[in-house]
Design a protein around this ligand. Structure first.
Ligand SMILES: NC(=O)c1ccc[n+]([C@@H]2O[C@H](COP(=O)([O-])OP(=O)(O)OC[C@H]3O[C@@H](n4cnc5c(N)ncnc54)[C@H](OP(=O)(O)O)[C@@H]3O)[C@@H](O)[C@H]2O)c1
Length: 428
């Protein structure tokens, strides 16, 4: 079975190898699974970049039976990815072989074991293995999915979009809650301290989304467009290499606030549009902007008579679609501190929301809102297209995707999904 590994010190270096599976007896409260359909996006580059600090490398350690040098877990790691897997074997009475689980998988075809404990919502499980305790809770959550009546197109969208849609959902629903009585206010880094209704009130704010065609930014835009009347920002500016597609999506939803999308080369021209909003605050969400867009926007604000005294809040959400050198990674961390950027953590927001609201209402609402996105897909993301790949090895597999992502070659409209293995046919 093919396994994909990435160098922990230089994420550009990656390799594949074949692993002969040596099956040990399955432990109690466990399932043995194999990934069937996964997605890859810039998000996976972040899992490698922050893999040691945020423990993403702990998810699926390289098996000890891997050939050298890849069996050295201090040097090589398996980048995890969101998607589906099929249960091959189970010692959990409620989960049969053949069940499909949604969650976080290795970007490989080898079978892995999960030790699961039932969560309070039926069909929801938590991974409890010792080696995964430092991983953030979001990445240890799994749920059973009935895919019996689903076509491959809708499964592709679920795998390709649902993982990143969550970030936009929790930001719009909890960090900038439209109604604190219905949805508790949560700090972008989780918890409730240091984030008040004044900061979260969009109605006096101009909101700027940088790198607006990332799937994560598109999800925030979508949930903004769906907000109840009067709860959106005064104006919503999106900066991207694909302004036409982003404006097309906005036009389809007829948002109740003015929306504008500009290219990276137009950042210097937005002063009047932002000033005319007569806002009290500017919120900038940085999803990983290129071409020094954040610096240039700050320049526009600082040199504007009507904008320079406004309170500016910068949310740090994502990184550029590229492999960062150690120097670039250090500079990005230093910039967060220097600009007092507010770090955003989807896992921490979700866990606080669950704690305050209860898991059942939280997941029931999110599932409903996800299904609405699927129904609205052609409006929400008119230019997005599923790009199907297969397996691990070669240009059309995970290996090729890693090269393209690392070199910033995955175009804004591409949603990469990979068929990993089909247990029924025993093939890809
Ligand atoms: N903090 C959190 O909790 C959280 C949660 C989810 C995701 N994230 C982060 O958000 C970021 C975005 O993730 P994603 O998976 O949504 O991204 P994605 O869809 O893979 O992003 C693709 C985008 O990258 C931009 N891009 C950058 N360099 C490019 C190049 N050379 N050629 C073409 N396009 C390029 C384009 O956007 P533009 O042209 O519009 O710039 C393109 O639309 C990641 O860093 C991810 O880790 C953070």
């Amino acid at each position: 079975m093919a396994v994909h590994v990435v160098s922990k010190t230089d994420n550009r270096q990656h390799a594949t190898f074949q692993l002969l599976e040596q099956q040990q007896p399955l432990r109690p409260s466990s399932v043995r699974v194999r990934a069937s359909l996964i997605t890859l996006s810039s998000n996976n580059l972040s899992y490698a970049l922050g893999g040691t600090r945020l423990h993403w490398w702990d998810t699926y350690p390289v098996p000890a039976t891997a050939p050298a040098p890849y069996n050295d877990n201090s040097a090589w790691g398996i980048v995890p990815a969101w998607g589906f897997a099929t249960v091959l074997e189970s010692t959990i009475p409620d989960i049969d072989a053949g069940t499909t689980l949604y969650g976080y998988w290795p970007t490989s075809q080898h079978a892995v074991d999960l030790q699961l404990a039932a969560d309070e919502v039926p069909g929801h499980w938590k991974e409890t293995s010792g080696h995964r305790t430092a991983l953030m809770p979001l990445y240890n959550r799994y749920n059973v999915l009935d895919i019996s009546n689903r076509d491959s197109e809708s499964l592709g969208w679920e795998v390709g979009i649902k993982p990143v849609l969550l970030a936009g959902y929790v930001l719009s629903q909890y960090v900038f809650t439209p109604d604190p009585k219905l949805n508790p206010l949560v700090h972008p880094f989780g918890g409730t301290e240091g984030w008040d209704t004044g900061t979260a009130d969009l109605s006096k704010s101009v909101f700027v989304s940088l790198s607006a065609s990332t799937k994560t930014a598109r999800s925030l835009a979508y949930y903004f467009y769906c907000r109840p009347a009067g709860s959106g920002p005064l104006r919503f500016l999106q900066v991207t290499s694909s302004p036409a597609a982003i404006v097309e999506a906005a036009d389809k939803f007829l948002p109740q606030f003015p929306v504008k999308a500009v290219g990276y080369d137009e950042v210097e021209s937005v002063e009047t549009w932002l000033s005319d909003a007569k806002g009290e605050r500017i919120i900038i969400a940085d999803f990983g902007a290129r071409y020094r867009a954040l610096d240039r926007l700050r320049g526009v604000i600082d040199s504007s008579i009507s904008l320079k005294d406004l309170k500016v809040t910068i949310l740090q959400i994502g990184n550029q679609q590229k492999v960062y050198t150690p120097g670039e990674a250090r500079a990005a961390q230093a910039e967060i501190v220097a600009l007092s950027k507010v770090r955003t953590n989807t896992s921490a927001i979700q866990e606080t929301a669950i704690e305050l609201q209860g898991a059942a209402p939280y997941f029931s609402e999110y599932d409903k809102r996800w299904k609405q996105w699927l129904e609205h897909r052609e409006c929400a993301a008119p230019d997005l297209e599923l790009v199907w790949g297969e397996g691990v090895v070669g240009d059309t597999g995970v290996e090729g995707a890693w090269d393209r992502l690392g070199q910033g070659q995955v175009r804004p409209e591409e949603v990469l999904v990979y068929r990993m293995f089909n247990e029924r046919s025993g093939r890809l």
